[in-house]
Design a protein around this ligand. Structure first.
Ligand code: HEC
Ligand code: HEC
Ligand code: HEC
Ligand code: HEC
Ligand code: HEC
Ligand code: HEC
Length: 500
């Protein structure tokens, strides 16, 4: 049979020809972009999106035009004339053989290329670039905080996408919705937590951490500066009892007790952010159950509040392992400890905290007003310092602006207020959501509230007069005020994070 005598191929039509030309063009473009991506060190999110998502999508569309055009052509010819039978392919015919090998070769190459492309595309949708930088304005707070966290080297996907195929598919489906909501600007500001679909689970953290082996205590130092004229420096050093009590040590004490040795703690929160927890049930390894109820609430052991009963895991305490937005007082203390803000400037602690707690519409607005307020303060109240040590003042103001940029994102309404940290109890209830002293069982025992069950203070006091005792000290509140006023009051009722 002579192939040449047949009528022209269905592929001889404008759409298929256009498809072929575009396919070759996109193929060359993608190859060039791959090469460029391979050669550049500093990845550009837009270049990567074009290389791995947009250009391949166009390539596939162009390729689809080729058979699409042929199909159209076929149905057009069918209307005009009878369709000839499909040609016989005879592999003993050298011409057919040649065409067969060429086609098989091209298809294999193309499939290989597609497989690699798809792999890179999926890999890219899990990269930090895609998660953190592409939807820049939405993820800016998380990405900025992440870069300063101990988990900077841990990819977003490692925490936010669980193990296994099911999670993988789920993440891609919610991911599609997120891409949509980013484009349509349908996301909430701030992004609501606790997260429902991409929430890291206990298994996520346990890929790298194993709290069963935490024993003993962690030595922690805190440096504070009081809001007085001389910014009196105050030190507190404490041993935080992080032990969990591994089964093989037969010890059962310390903070990681909640998640080790088959202890199960269930709780019901009455608010969305899980900051109010009036009802807690403990199931001991031997099956014994104890229910603790906040005696200031209307609930009882048998009459729990409505709502989801949750099994406590790592994220109920460690809800900010990688996106921590610090409160003004805490952030300023740290910057003063490092010397970025100069502690020799009078009232700098008080003024810095006040400036940071102002309400600002945008970051630029904040930067301008913070700089202006602080320089005005020294110009007017301490003209000599302004004259003689202006460089010091300006350097400190620059550091305060940096504190703002790292912890406040007015566009997304993000700050420490939107995302309270559940570790501790200074600026939000944290551990005291359950360890309030009011949570009691029917038997009369309470979830412990004594300071030393969680940490021992081994040194405290103003710089130069720090007292120490390894057996532990009674906490001394660092101020000059009335101690009675504080008696029995939880810290977070006064310390909102915005008072200096
Ligand atoms: C060490 C684990 C970890 C890593 C790494 C991580 N996250 Fe998170 N992320 C969390 C946890 C835990 C939460 C809080 C979940 C909750 O409260 O339900 C969270 C919350 C979020 C939220 C909700 C808003 C907020 O600020 O709480 C966003 C958005 C987010 N992460 C994005 C990212 C992006 C983007 C990256 C990479 C740049 C990333 N995460 C890396 C653990 C992680
Ligand atoms: C891929 C591994 C990995 C995963 C997953 C991971 N972490 Fe980590 N985490 C690390 C490493 C590494 C460090 C130590 C960083 C350092 O010391 O510089 C760390 C440090 C920490 C610290 C100590 C922080 C500090 O201030 O010193 C805490 C707490 C922590 N991780 C909690 C978590 C929690 C909670 C999760 C789950 C949401 C988690 N991690 C998931 C690797 C991981
Ligand atoms: C009851 C609250 C709570 C729970 C639940 C909890 N942690 Fe912790 N964890 C703490 C506290 C408090 C610390 C010490 C202070 C800090 O991190 O600032 C800590 C410290 C850590 C550290 C740092 C230890 C070090 O030596 O630096 C890691 C890692 C960690 N936790 C991982 C986990 C993992 C993983 C889980 C879940 C299996 C978990 N934690 C569950 C409260 C908790
Ligand atoms: C249920 C456990 C628990 C109890 C009870 C408790 N604390 Fe704490 N406390 C913590 C944890 C956890 C932290 C945070 C440690 C860290 O920063 O990682 C903390 C932090 C602190 C800090 C440092 C605050 C900061 O962030 O700068 C002080 C001071 C303190 N506690 C004093 C007390 C005093 C005083 C009491 C008793 C009235 C008390 N705590 C009771 C768990 C507890
Ligand atoms: C959801 C409620 C809940 C939260 C939140 C919580 N705990 Fe607990 N914790 C409990 C319960 C319940 C017990 C066991 C009480 C009992 O059986 O006597 C317990 C026991 C402990 C113990 C052992 C106390 C002892 O008697 O020796 C320590 C230490 C501890 N918690 C520290 C913390 C710290 C630190 C935090 C905050 C980072 C925290 N807990 C947050 C519910 C909670
Ligand atoms: C009745 C209100 C009140 C209560 C309750 C309270 N504080 Fe304070 N705290 C203050 C005030 C006001 C200051 C500022 C110091 C001054 O005026 O001299 C301060 C200062 C501090 C400082 C030093 C300044 C800084 O940068 O943070 C620390 C640390 C502190 N408090 C810890 C605690 C802890 C821990 C608790 C709970 C055990 C607590 N406070 C309970 C009112 C309170």
């Amino acid at each position: 049979m002579d192939l040449k005598k047949q009528q022209p191929s269905y592929f001889h039509n404008r759409i298929s020809v256009l498809g072929s030309v575009l396919s070759v063009a996109f193929f060359v473009i993608i190859a060039a972009l791959f090469l460029l991506d391979f050669l550049t060190k500093e990845k550009d999110p837009f270049l990567e999106t074009v290389t791995f998502l947009i250009a391949p999508a166009f390539l596939i569309l162009s390729l689809l035009l080729i058979p699409g055009g042929a199909l159209l052509e076929r149905s057009r010819r069918r209307k005009r004339e009878a369709i000839p039978p499909l040609p016989n392919i005879d592999l003993n015919n050298p011409l057919h053989q040649k065409w067969f090998y060429v086609t098989a070769g091209v298809v294999t190459l193309f499939l290989l290329f597609t497989a690699f492309g798809l792999y890179r595309a999926f890999e890219f949708t899990e990269s930090n670039t895609f998660c953190g930088r592409l939807c820049h304005s939405v993820m800016e707070p998380e990405y900025t905080a992440y870069q300063r966290s101990p988990h900077t080297r841990v990819g977003c996907a490692k925490c936010h996408i669980g193990y296994g195929a099911e999670w993988y598919v789920r993440s891609k489906i919610t991911g599609l919705y997120q891409v949509y909501s980013t484009i349509a600007k349908a996301y909430s500001r701030p992004i609501e937590t606790p997260l429902r679909s991409l929430r890291p689970a206990r298994e996520t953290c346990e890929q790298c951490h194993w709290p069963q082996i935490f024993l003993g205590s962690l030595d922690q130092s805190h440096d504070y500066f009081l809001p007085d004229e001389s910014n009196t420096e105050w030190k507190t050093r404490m041993m935080v009892h992080v032990g969990g009590g591994a089964d093989f040590t037969a010890r059962k004490q310390g903070i990681h007790w909640h998640v080790t040795g088959n202890n199960k703690i269930y709780y019901i929160a009455t608010d969305k952010k899980r900051q109010t927890i009036p009802w807690v049930r403990v199931v001991a390894p031997d099956g014994k159950e104890t229910v603790f109820v906040d005696k200031g609430s209307p609930y009882t052991a048998e009459n729990p509040p409505k709502g989801e009963m949750r099994l406590m895991d790592c994220i109920d305490c460690h809800n900010r392992p990688s996106h921590q937005y610090k409160a003004p007082a805490e952030a300023v203390n740290q910057a003063m400890t490092h010397g970025a803000i100069d502690p020799s400037l009078p009232f700098i602690k008080r003024e810095a905290v006040n400036a940071l707690t102002g309400e600002y519409a945008t970051s630029e607005d904040a930067v301008n007003k913070i700089s202006l307020t602080l320089s005005d303060f020294y110009k007017q109240k301490y003209p000599q310092i302004w004259e003689r040590e202006q460089a010091k003042v300006l350097k400190s103001i620059a550091a305060i602006v940096q504190v703002y940029k790292a912890n406040f994102f007015p566009q997304m309404k993000v700050s420490w207020k939107a995302y309270p940290n559940n570790i501790g109890h200074l600026n939000s209830p944290g551990c005291f959501r359950c360890h309030s002293g009011r949570h009691q069982s029917g038997g009369g025992s309470a979830i412990s509230n004594t300071c030393s069950s969680c940490h021992d203070i081994i040194a405290q006091g103003p710089l130069g007069r720090v007292e120490g005792d390894l057996k532990g000290l009674d906490f001394k509140h660092p101020d000059t005020g009335d101690a009675d006023e504080r008696q029995g009051m939880p810290c977070f009722e006064c310390h909102t994070g915005e008072n200096a």
